[in-house]
Write a protein that binds this ligand. Structure first.
Ligand code: UD1
Length: 350
């Protein structure tokens, strides 16, 4: 494959790390990015962390003319431009579907009419799974439905099987049936499907990466919809306790943005693969309580105890962590940043 890559959303948290990774491996990188004011400030300036070698085109992925211009001379596209966040996707429905669904549609039309590429990689999300895969006491696998409001209001946090036993979460593979519980999840699923359908019709190899809970330097602390690690870090730095929803025992797969960037490069370089959708996580799981303790330690605030609130966030899932065997076998993906190290890297950047 040629070595000129367009990253949509290339000035953002994940995109800028992917750009660094590609530059280190001899690629030329162009970024198309809106420079959202809530992330980049009201003047929407080029972020200082973006490598100077990156050619930045400021603009919207929904502008077909601009996308055609951005596609000139590129060999591959990594599509990251999207609105992120589950909660607000439920009330900013137009914004989410417009940027994520319509934005992807415009990109694909531009690819069809203004010049093909050798490869397209699209960033999808673990959110499409809904609840992660679970096992009951007899060893049967379950695809649990979303918890009801009544269950949450009654503090029934855990997922239960037919005999009312607590279900044990197991790593979620790509084969799990999607359970779309938010507009965000729907838009991510639509993005990956649109790209895959486009790819088979236009003979463009397409890979979709289902990213789990990505964290690391450059994660926007000021953005209220940022991930839980950044929220907890910001609270600890202000001397406040991390507030844990539910009982704090919900489990997630936190993957360092450096590993995600490495996975992104591998996806661009992969030979045509049988399966085209890959989980990108760390393959490890932590409870929200455990990550609050780790952060307090590395930020030198072990005196601040996390606060278990017993409240809940509507639409939250209980547990989900990745089965990464497909990505490791087919892409050669191996997460390298242990959570303990990744949290230190995040703390150093703060
Ligand atoms: C969700 C999406 C994911 C998306 C990410 C960023 C799902 C299943 N996943 O992840 O695809 O990339 O948002 O938008 O929808 N928590 C607290 N206290 C807080 C904040 C959060 O306890 O102050 C808990 C939440 O209840 C949740 C966990 O921390 O259990 C992780 O939350 P968050 O970082 O927002 O990400 P997800 O909801 O897992």
């Amino acid at each position: 494959m040629g070595r000129r890559v367009l990253i949509t959303g290339g000035a953002g948290f994940i995109g800028s790390h992917l750009a660094d990774e590609l530059l280190r491996h001899g690629y030329e990188v162009r970024a198309l990015d809106l420079l959202l004011p809530q992330i980049h400030g009201p003047e929407a300036r080029r972020p200082a962390y973006l490598a100077p070698e990156v050619e930045l085109i400021k603009g919207d992925v929904r502008n077909k003319e601009l996308v055609c211009q951005a596609l000139k001379g590129v060999d591959a596209v990594f599509h990251l431009a999207a609105m992120v966040g589950v909660g607000q996707s439920m009330y900013e429905i137009e914004k989410y579907t417009s940027t994520n669904n319509y934005g992807t549609a415009v990109l694909l039309e531009a690819l069809a009419s203004c010049g093909g590429v050798e490869r397209l990689v699209v960033a999808s999300s673990m959110s499409i799974y809904g609840e992660g895969l679970c096992r009951d006491a007899a060893g049967n696998l379950h695809n649990p439905p979303q918890r009801t409001l009544e269950q949450l209001q009654g503090g029934a946090w855990e997922l239960r099987g037919a005999k009312d036993e607590v279900l044990t979460p197991v790593p979620t593979p790509e084969l799990k049936v999607p359970s779309l519980a938010s507009i965000y999840a729907l838009s991510k699923y639509d993005q990956e499907r649109m790209c895959l359908i486009f790819g088979s019709a236009y003979r463009v190899p397409v890979l979709a990466l289902r990213l789990f809970n990505v964290y690391g330097p450059r994660q926007a602390l000021a953005n209220p919809y940022t991930g839980v690690l950044a929220i907890f870090a910001a609270r600890l730095l202000n001397g406040k306790p991390p507030t844990l929803f539910e009982d704090g025992r919900q489990q997630r797969d936190f993957v360092s943005v450096y590993d995600v960037a490495a996975a992104g490069r591998l996806a661009l370089e992969a030979r045509q693969t049988k399966d085209q959708v890959f989980n990108i996580g760390s393959g490890r799981r932590f409870t929200v309580y455990e990550i609050a303790l780790s952060l307090a330690r590395v930020l030198n605030r072990p005196d601040i105890e996390p606060e278990v609130t017993g409240t809940y966030r509507a639409g939250d899932i209980r547990h989900c962590f990745a089965d990464i065997s497909e990505a490791s076998q087919q892409l050669g993906y191996q997460p390298r940043i242990a959570f303990e190290q990744g949290v230190l890297e995040l703390a150093e950047w703060l």
